[in-house]
Ligand binder design. Structure first.
Ligand code: FAD
Length: 524
């Protein structure tokens, strides 16, 4: 069958499935030219970075405007029983969150075909130098936002570690990295959004205008609308970054230092690092780890030479930004801040690089892993927000317990954030303490004959970690959450569940959007 025939067949299937009433003088859905059933498009939309689930959509939409999206969602909304619509940013979810098998996936970021069919019509990011903000299409990748804003000497304030993610995708979750302690997550750095709701209505929303929709959509897991435009806060871009890593063998010293550094956020005049992260090293295998290249070849490090306590080391990762005006004082500023810390003295690793190279650091690691065939493998990732008061238990039970001395095929991140930087009106849920940690097990499953690196083994370990937290009464919240029953979702949202489901009734009453999250039952 030719692709044109396949497309007509898919649209007819949609119409028959959903019982759309068709005016023969009108195009079938109003966006027919941008719909595709091309095998490549459908296959791409069926998978994500996790490579753990597969769901084939009936068709894929390459939108050329927010109105195209509104037209498609309206068709889904007015038809009975309806079809589902899932926005797909860059497909970097783990558990099929952007997939749907009963409807249409909207390729917000698009590949080359997307650009040909629709996306080429979209505006490039529009920077306002005076207002220090940028307006971007919801499917724009953060790397492109950065490149564009840097042309004006500006940059967003809050980041993710990896920039090949879409603006709509990260704003649907939170968007965190080592700047979050100071600037809050990406969702705390948005002024305004354009959103297509589950009724197919296109609204502009902000703190002042349609604020309920604004707060619902931020961290809303795609449940209330599709973000077509976001206005993002900017700051003057630094030119260079001093990037430092130091090691600890004692967990409480490590976390005390991390917490001390993030407590400096409140005072705009106090010196502070611009980025605070960290990771756990539970084995000798620093290889195959995005974070490892830093240590070598100029700075080779062997854990055995450091003397890890119980086989586990902790690495604090910090940066200080600077530019020409501050280049003379950067050394003293860093030195003064380092004096606060209690790391192992012989374990200081420092590098210096342009700002964009620092922000885009994970992409370099991606290219290396791709070259070794280690990027497109299953990723049973688990991200937890853990209350500060229970981190010592997580160290004992998880890092030194469940994860033990297994070789890790991926980083284990651990860094604290200030809850005060998270707007409680958004849809995200965080633990009930002023400071909470991200604990991220970002492991790849490898088919290399090593049992401890197999998908089954890592998945079991994730379950064990969750069970351990549950049994120990550690009130964690999953970040990028994945649950399969509504009971689990209610539990996840806790006090916020009523508000979350009320917002769903208001903005997507027919449960059309982002069904891959498996929060609400689809309409059929
Ligand atoms: P998708 O996977 O395409 O979509 C995710 C969800 O958002 C889906 O439910 C989808 O329907 C919905 N969605 C997508 N676009 C829109 C839109 N325009 N409007 C409304 N809903 C939409 N996260 C961090 O916070 N910090 C990190 O440092 C970080 N690093 C990462 C590194 C890698 C290598 C990977 C794979 C992921 C990382 N993530 C990180 C997680 C990432 O932020 C989320 O998985 C994010 O959702 C991925 O964005 P995406 O554009 O690929 O979204």
């Amino acid at each position: 069958m030719t692709s044109k025939l396949l497309l007509t067949f898919a649209i007819c299937r949609l119409i028959v499935t959903v019982g759309l009433t068709v005016d023969p003088s009108e195009p079938l859905l109003g966006v027919d030219d941008q719909l595709s059933v091309d095998q490549f498009d459908v296959e791409t939309a069926s998978l994500d970075f996790g490579l753990l689930t597969r769901a084939e959509p009936m068709a894929v939409l390459h939108p050329g405007s927010a109105e195209d999206i509104a037209r498609l969602v309206r068709a889904a909304y007015i038809s009975s029983p309806g079809f589902t619509v899932s926005a797909r940013g860059h497909g970097h979810s783990i558990n099929g969150q952007a997939q749907t098998s009963n409807g249409v996936v909207i390729e917000m970021s698009g590949g080359s075909k997307g650009r040909r069919l629709g996306l080429r019509k979209l505006d490039k990011p529009q920077v306002s130098i005076k207002e220090k903000h940028v307006d971007v299409w919801g499917g724009e990748l953060w790397i492109d936002v950065l490149r564009r804003t840097l042309e004006h000497g500006l940059a967003p304030k809050s980041w993710t570690d990896y920039l090949y993610l879409s603006v709509g995708g990260t704003l649907s979750n939170g968007g965190i990295s080592g700047q979050a302690f100071n600037h809050g997550p990406q969702i705390s750095n948005v002024y305004e959004l354009d959103v297509v709701t589950g009724k197919g209505e296109l609204w502009t929303c902000s703190e002042e205008e349609n604020s309920e929709l604004f707060h619902a959509v931020l961290g809303g897991l795609g449940q209330f609308g599709i973000i077509t435009r976001a206005r993002i806060a900017l700051e003057p871009a630094p030119q260079r970054v001093r990037w430092i890593r130091v090691l600890y063998s004692n967990f409480s010293t490590f976390t005390r230092d991390q917490e001390d550094l993030i407590s400096l956020h409140g005072n705009p005049y106090s010196q502070k690092f611009d980025y605070v992260e960290g990771f756990v090293i539970v084995d000798e295998g620093l290889i195959n780890n995005w974070r490892s290249s830093f240590f070598s070849p100029r700075n080779p490090v062997k854990i055995s030479s450091i003397g890890a306590n119980g086989g586990v080391l902790y690495c604090l990762e910090i940066t200080k930004n600077y530019d020409e005006a501050t280049a003379d004082t950067i050394d003293q500023e860093v030195e003064a801040l380092m004096k606060r810390l209690n790391f192992i003295p012989s374990s200081v690793f420092t590098t210096d690089l342009p700002y964009i190279d620092f922000l885009d650091r994970v992409h370099k690691a991606e290219l290396k892993l791709r070259a070794k065939g280690l990027w497109e493998v299953p990723h049973p990732w688990l991200n937890l927000f853990v209350p500060k008061s229970r981190m010592a238990d997580v160290d004992r039970g998880v890092f030194k317990g469940i994860l033990g001395n297994n070789k890790t095929s991926g980083p284990i991140l651990i860094y604290p954030m200030n809850k005060s930087k998270w707007d409680q009106r958004s849809s995200v849920v965080t633990p009930d303490e002023d400071v909470f940690y991200l604990v991220a097990l970002l492991r790849s499953a490898l088919d290399n004959g090593e049992e401890t690196q197999s998908l089954e083994y890592l998945t079991n370990q994730n379950h064990k970690v969750l069970r351990f937290c549950d049994d120990a009464g550690i009130k964690v919240k999953q970040y990028l959450p994945h649950y399969t029953t509504q009971e689990e979702w209610r539990d996840h949202f806790g006090d916020k569940w009523d508000q979350f489901s009320r917002r769903k009734m208001e903005f997507d009453p027919r449960h059309i959007l982002a069904t891959g999250q498996r929060i609400f039952n689809p309409p059929f």
